[in-house]
Structure formats: C-alpha cells, structure tokens
Design a protein around this ligand. Sequence first.
Ligand code: PXG
Length: 288
Amino acid sequence: MKVYLDGKFVDSAEAKVSVFDHGLLYGDGVFEGIRLYDGNIFRLEEHLERLENSAKAIMLQMPLSRAELSWATCETCRQNGLRDAYIRLVITRGVGDLGLAPWLCPKPSIFIIAGKISLYPQEYYDNGLGIVTVPTRRIGPAALPSTVKSLNYLNNILGKIEAKQFGALEAIMLNDQGYVAECTADNIFVVHKGELLTPAASQGALKGITRSTIIDIAQATGIPLREVDLTRYDIWCADECFLTGSGAEVIPVVKLDGRVIGTGKPGPITQRVLADFRARVKLEGTRI
Ligand code: PXG
C-alpha cells in the first residue's frame, strides 16, 4: 500500500511520523474520513471544506491548497488501484519541542491513507442495531467545538469502550445538559410522526457529511426535517431511529438501552433514506 506523506508516495512500512509530532504528543491536528465508491469520492469538496474549517478553528495553517489536496486524495486512491475505499486524510501540527506551544512547530505534516474499512455486518442494516446510552458525556462546544474534527478522540473512545462493555456496537453520548448530542462516530436521527429530527451542532454534534446528505435527501423527497433538542425520551418514543456516518452510511436503530423503538424493525422512512443515500453515492462524487 502506498501512503501519501508530505508530498511523496511512500510504502506503508515507510510511512512514519516523528515521536515529536504534536499530533501524537497532544492530539494536535485535524482529520477527515472519506469514502470512495466505485471510483467516485463522495462529497470530496464538502470534506475538504470541513477540514479547512477544522484547521482554521485550531489556527493550523493548511500545508496544501484545496486543489492540491483534492489531487493528492485522488492520486492516493489511483496509486493503490482502488475503486472502493475508506480514505483517512490527516493534518498534524508537525514536529516541535516538548511543550504545548504550537507556534514552535514550523511545518504541519499531512498524510493520506486509502484502505479498506470494516463496516457493520449486513444483518444490522437488515434488522437494525441495538445501542446504549453511555455515562461519558460529549465534550461541550464551549470546551471544544464538536464541529472541529480534531485528533482528540478520547472522549468518543471512552464512549466506545463503555458501549462495548454494555454489549453494544455504538452508543448515544449526551451533552452536559443531558440532551442527545450524537453517537461515538455517527450522527443520530429519529422519525416522529413522519418528521425527521436531529440534534443541532450546538448540542455537541459533528456536522456530518452523511448528516448533510440526509438533510438534502429530506428536502428533495419532501420529508420534513428539523434540528431540535432531543432527550432519551424522544428516542424511546420515536417511530424510527437511524445513525449516519461515512463508515456506517445509514444504519437503522431498533433498540436503545434495551427498549424497543417503534415496531422493533427498520421503519419505512429509514429504508427510504438508506435507499436514496445508496443511490446518491453512485451518482454524486469526484471521479478519481
Ligand atoms: N460524529 C462523529 C463524532 C464522527 O467522528 C460522524 C459524527 C459522522 O460524520 P460523517 O461526516 O462521517 O458523516 C463522525 C464520523 C472511523 C470513522 O475511522 C469515523 C467517522 C467516519 C468514518 C470512519 O471510525 N466519524
């Protein structure tokens, strides 16, 4: 496998960063998780825009222009002969002294890995997923905006560990106020009386690219959609629930903390949205 690393394509065994890189020392950096479907990169421009905004938010100078980033991303897929892949684009603060000071890191580092992603098993798309609420709360936007896709994922990792301890593959993380923020690596939607509801970014959700695709699908198909404050009650009493993410795509949720949601089977709006999403990934995208 060839990895793009600071302007060169290197063998994966040679793709190494320094122990003094602040991405490693402090989680100081930003990233994107992007999908390649049948030779088309899904919503590449949106991912690069979010990456640029994440970098801007942490005052990290982008080492490449949008056009250069776009080329490097496509070229990484081409170099590996891939048609379907998961692309991880990472920008770190780069090498510096010990000590937080990012201004002592003269040159950010950038790398792009294109590889396989392990998806949820098909049975969960057919029958739905059971998820849990974990005790670890989502970091509030006042501490670190959830819109920044940073290399600091410990908060979500704690959530993921707790989910596993409770026997679930994904978990709801509440914010400080007890409202539903999102899941450890997915956004959440519920269907209530024919309407799609999802938490706003201000409640601690990442502005997911899949989430924004669902918003477009809802608009195109005339399904009403609102950003609202959601409690666990709203999920217990929802007609349907599903999660969205570049990895998961659209996955139905049929149980929360052992309580059955709706009929206990993936509902009609979830199935419609999932079908529309799968159709869009074939049509939209940047050809590599
Ligand atoms: N919330 C969080 C905290 C995420 O990390 C999403 C929501 C969904 O956003 P997108 O833009 O993907 O629709 C994410 C995305 C991985 C992996 O490596 C993680 C994500 C996506 C793809 C792979 O586990 N997180």
